[in-house]
Ligand binder design. Structure first.
Ligand code: GDP
Length: 425
């Protein structure tokens, strides 16, 4: 059985925590897209971790963690992250890396940095992890697959061809030092030796495991609104965080994905630029940001303050719909306990008309939020284990969100820890 955990919004919905929790019942956890550009925060009995590239199954001895073919593989980052968790006492996890994953090259990071520098104020707010140049090369067919690291002839030829193009940019667009073929090859030899113990035909591994009745968890990064097709293009990421892409980025049949748990945050937050209709500013934003998440809403990768706002059921309904959600996990609800009343954005006013359907970016730019206000519950709900024990106004908030979003909320997260979860039928 395959289950996916994905985000409905701009990312940072708390997918890491839900994945870490559900990985307990999974045999395999797979990252199917993205790279080291976003982070999951996980709190468990080993401590607090910010994972960027490793699947959230790495804390369990019984799971195999897989970096699928759809991932942007930053090899030194992978090794560093692996060491950082074992240094904190986590047993060495079982990890496999797809032989078809592509290698994030040092020049992808440079090009990402130089491009953001060149764009200045008009930049994408990229984490400068090289993700956009990586995926550009993948689809321009000049990327390097993990398997190619082990074929010297192919590798030399591909590096030679790639850097001809890169050096035109280095010289004429960015005015930066040129790339040196031998230096890159030397780095790639180091990468090859570092990654060798993990390389496998992971699609075959997953398909064989499914035949034996094993449970697979697909772990998404970011959320629907960052999808290159369905998100707030162009302020999106370069690979699809939609559950359907899990079939491709992991290498399994789409009909195997039976359960799509889509994570919706009880308020909104976003890192980086782009449209965000229910965004707050000033003191109200600062308060929500400082109370938000687990110790404030600051990016797990960059430490940047996240943009925050009220729950947006227009965006969340769309986010959930495009994921094909079978159930919703509603997270970080405990944070809202300080408010007398809680605004929820339930419509967008565009050119004088109110809509509940999330529009294309050109229209989104004109959207003004339409709010409904719900009464707050004014208490701390952490530690509560049963739905009936939640304050009435809190349940009303959940049920209001559920009705607007249109998919059952089956889990409510009321704290950052594994055990802070309320299951609901
Ligand atoms: P992800 O990328 O979707 O995994 O999200 P992040 O891990 O980057 O951000 C979620 C933040 O909220 C992290 O700091 C989590 O520890 C924290 N978190 C997750 N669930 C809850 C919750 O229910 N309540 C609180 N207060 N924090 C939570």
């Amino acid at each position: 059985m395959v289950r996916a955990i994905v985000g409905a919004n701009w990312g940072d919905e708390g997918k890491g925590k839900i994945t870490d929790m559900l990985a307990a019942d999974s045999d395999i956890v797979v990252r199917f897209q993205g790279g080291s550009n976003a982070g999951h925060t996980i709190v468990n009995h080993y401590g607090k971790f910010a994972l960027h590239l490793l699947p959230s199954g790495v804390f369990y001895d019984h799971t195999t963690s897989i970096l699928g073919n759809g991932v942007a593989l930053n090899i030194p980052f992978f090794i560093k992250e692996l060491n950082s968790i074992t240094e904190k006492g986590v047993p060495k996890p079982h990890i496999l890396v797809s032989d078809r994953a592509q290698v994030l090259m040092p020049y992808h990071i440079l090009l990402d940095q130089y491009e953001e520098e060149r764009l200045g104020k008009a930049s994408f707010g990229s984490t400068q992890s090289g993700i956009a140049p990586f995926f550009s090369d993948k689809y321009a067919k000049i990327g390097i697959q993990v398997s190619e690291l082990f074929d010297e002839e192919v590798l030399k030829d591909k590096v030679e061809k790639a850097i001809v193009k890169k050096n035109v940019l280095m010289e004429h667009l960015y005015h930066k030092p040129l790339l040196d073929k031998d230096e890159i090859l030397e780095t790639l030899h180091e990468y090859r030796d570092l990654i060798a113990p993990y390389v496998a035909d992971t699609a075959l591994f997953i398909q064989e495991a499914l035949k034996q009745g094993k449970t697979v968890l697909l772990e998404g990064q970011l959320g629907t609104l960052k999808d290159p097709d369905f998100g707030i293009y162009p302020m999106v990421t370069s690979s699809s965080p939609i559950a359907a892409y899990g079939a491709i980025g992991a290498g399994l049949a789409p009909y195997e994905i039976k359960d799509i748990i889509t994570v919706v945050k009880a308020y909104s937050s976003a890192v980086g630029g782009g449209e965000f209709v229910s965004e707050l500013h000033g003191a109200e934003a600062d308060e929500l940001r400082n109370r938000g998440g687990d110790g404030g809403e600051y990016g797990a990768t960059t430490g940047r303050p996240r943009r925050v706002g009220w729950l947006d059921t227009v965006a969340s309904r769309y986010g959930v719909r495009m994921q094909g959600a079978t159930e919703v996990a509603f997270t970080v609800l405990d944070v809202l306990g300080y408010l007398d009343e809680i605004p929820v954005c339930t419509g967008y006013e565009i050119d004088g008309k109110v809509t509940e359907d999330f529009p294309v970016t050109v229209k989104l730019k004109k959207a003004k939020p339409v709010y409904e206000k719900l009464p707050g519950w004014k208490c701390d709900i952490r530690g509560i284990k049963k739905y009936e024990d939640l304050p009435e106004n809190c349940r009303k908030y959940i049920e209001f969100a559920e009705k607007k979003i249109g998919v059952p909320i089956t889990m409510i997260s009321n704290g950052p820890g594994r055990e802070d979860i309320i299951y609901r039928k």
